[in-house]
Write a new protein. Structure first.
Length: 314
């Protein structure tokens, strides 16, 4: 019987684990065996405080993990199949079922993050791993001296377009609007990069090829004109989809599927908290995920102490 079980091993989950462990709560973090945190696939994180030169996403996550484990956080790698309410020793509890076993806890913290959105156009699923990618850090070296396309206009798309120019001979940045929405400093870099060609007000209609991606069809939105662009790869960064299938029907969700929480990271279910990219919020960054995780852990601590009759008089 754990005090807290955390589902998800990204920055939010690991920060929650750190704070729970430091509060002397018996805490287990369950990390998916077939999923990875988005931040681990990010080449460089420039805006996390304390690292003025930037730090790799995987390296930063490993620092979080090492610190949390040093304070006593238990971890296991397994895919969670279900979460349900239970009564254990006449008290409310949660049962967390994984693909190998079942755990119980007084409280749960959901930190399942989010995943990349797809274009949902012909050829996208066909060429995943053969020219269609959602991770420049993973696949950029495969396109050395080749032409690639990047779809999107936010921070991730613009940052990864710049990164890809270290390998690709030409990067075509395709955006459906007539201006980017990325941070100003990232925009300036891409505007000043001679290897980046920005294609405005256009969307991908189809991805084509034989053994791999060879060209994409683009539609110019103002005119409706369709043209072909020959590329060897396409990287898609058009936003994220919260990973909340696990709690669908259990807690209240926003229209986009993210978990609705209050300022203490409480969900609509007593004893269940949520944090990080899976919750309903405006800004999804590593630093905000860590803040969410700390708040969720503190709220879980107060809840568990109340259940155990150990609440500090206030």
């Amino acid at each position: 019987m754990y005090d807290v079980i955390i589902v998800g091993g990204g920055p939010a989950g690991l920060t929650a684990g750190l704070y729970c462990a430091r509060a002397n709560l018996k805490t287990l973090l369950v990390e998916g065996s077939t999923s990875v945190s988005q931040i681990t696939l990010t080449d460089i994180v420039e805006n996390y405080p304390g690292f003025p030169e930037g730090i790799g996403g995987y390296e930063l996550t490993e620092k979080f993990r090492t610190q949390a484990i040093r304070f006593g956080l238990e971890t296991t790698t397994s895919d969670v199949k279900g979460i349900r309410k239970a009564i254990i020793e006449n008290q409310p509890a949660w049962e967390v079922e994984t693909d190998s076993t079942q755990f119980s806890a007084r409280a749960t913290i959901i930190a399942t993050g989010a995943n990349w959105r797809k274009l949902n156009v012909p050829g996208e699923d066909t060429f995943i791993g053969r020219g269609v990618s959602y991770c420049a850090t993973c696949d950029a070296p495969l396109y050395r001296n080749l032409e690639v396309a990047v779809v999107g206009g936010g921070d991730t798309a613009v940052q990864e377009a710049n990164f890809l120019t270290q390998f690709a001979s030409r990067v075509h940045l395709i955006h459906r609007r007539n201006r980017l929405r990325a941070a100003g400093i990232l925009q300036q870099r891409v505007f000043n990069n001679p290897r980046v060609n920005i294609i405005w007000e256009s969307v991908v209609e189809e991805i084509k090829g034989q053994e791999g991606v060879e060209e994409i069809s683009l539609r110019h939105l103002p005119t409706g004109k369709v043209q072909s662009l020959k590329v060897n790869g396409i990287f898609i960064f058009i936003g994220i989809r919260p990973n909340t299938d696990l709690v669908e029907g259990l807690v209240d969700l926003a229209p986009d599927g993210s978990i609705i929480v209050d300022r203490e990271m409480k969900t609509s279910q007593r004893g269940m908290f949520a944090c990080g990219d899976c919750i309903d919020k405006k800004l999804r960054q590593v630093v905000t995920a860590c803040g969410d995780g700390a708040q969720a852990a503190y709220a879980a601590q107060l809840y568990v102490e109340e259940l155990k009759g150990e609440a500090y008089p206030r």
